[in-house]
Write a protein that binds this ligand. Sequence first.
Ligand code: PMT
Length: 401
Amino acid sequence: MNKRILLGVCGGIAAYKAAELVRLLRKQGHEVRVVMTAAARQFVTPLTFQALSGHAVHSELLDAEQEQAMSHIHLARWADILLIAPATADMLAKMAHGLADDLLSTLYLAAECPVFVAPAMNQAMWGKAVTQENIARLQSHNVQCIGPAAGEQACGEQGLGRMVEPADICRQVLEHGQSGALSDVNIVISAGPTREPLDPVRYITNRSSGKMGYALASAALFAGANVTLVSGPVNLPTPAGAKLIPVETALQMYDAVITHCRTADIYIGAAAVADYRPQQLADSKIKKGGDIGNIALVKNPDIIAAVAGLQPKPLVVGFAAETDDLENYAKHKLQTKNLDLIAANWVGQTEGGFESDRNALQVFWPGGQQILPMTDKHTLAAQLLKLIAEKLHEKNPVKNS
Ligand code: PMT
């Protein structure tokens, strides 16, 4: 279906690439209106975008003529998708903090449609903690971030910060933009680690940051799902619209997941659940001199296998975290836990898996498989969700047609 795409162009050298983006989107039959910031107009003239989009470019917030043609509120309502490319560090900061001192930042606040940003900036600016915090904040408000890409920059430096190529932005927006693919579907997602206490101050845990599970929650919300996020202790903002159930131990996660899966269409087990917990929980802090040469452990219940045993059974998607023989272990878990799909990832490598912002997955299901190459966890989550939506549709064609 053809979309109405509002393209915001910010001031950076990549602004010239946004012209190609307009051409590609229109070539695929989509309607495009362009908003330029004052700085963007220093790089490319509005006439270029007017000629390519077939419509006058919007620039000023307080311009009586433009407001008469289409007010900024109408412009925000008109759009099916708001895409900001290139998005500068300044615009991301404004958006993250709700500032509305120009037309584009005001449109972002007024927009109720899906929003994408394709950042472009110097690698040091992208790497700066405050920029990363702003991006994380925007992602937790369900803004989809495309890139940036790595490579040589206009300033001569190397690193992450180049705007993703227009053809890739176009593909990702239109792929991602199938919002509604999981409309009204109930999804339970587990994320993060569990903590298994030894005494009031110590616990056994693992390296999971929750990033993969939280990215899945954002992507599921974006696709129109009702999301319940059962999360171990993490340091991440809750995706806007998700129902968060915070837990600490595997037993608490078991109770929360089973309760919410009774009415779920899909369960995704992205949490790294501790397989064992200490047999004894000491009432007070275990002292250094005490005799704790060995810690007796007992097995935790297998949460995902229990979900797969529920009647009716939701579509059950597991993860497999492996340091070796990825394919065999993943296929074994798919079968023994009675899963519909398993997403296998390498852990303990230099990139991907635990804690990293990036990951790659090898996805297996009975009779098939697909590789999702290394990319950021948000893009990967959208790709995995697309596959999961297809499987749900195959399983239950009437409800999800
Ligand atoms: O959180 P991040 O830092 O972003 O890292 C992401 C991740 C590496 C944690 C994630 O991508 C991942 O692989 N999660 C699953 C980790 C794991 O516990 O894998 P496993 O192979 O041990 O378990 C297989 C499956 O069984 C998983 O779906 C797990 O949630 C589930 N399980 C395991 C044990 C248990 N007692 N109950 C379970 O439900």
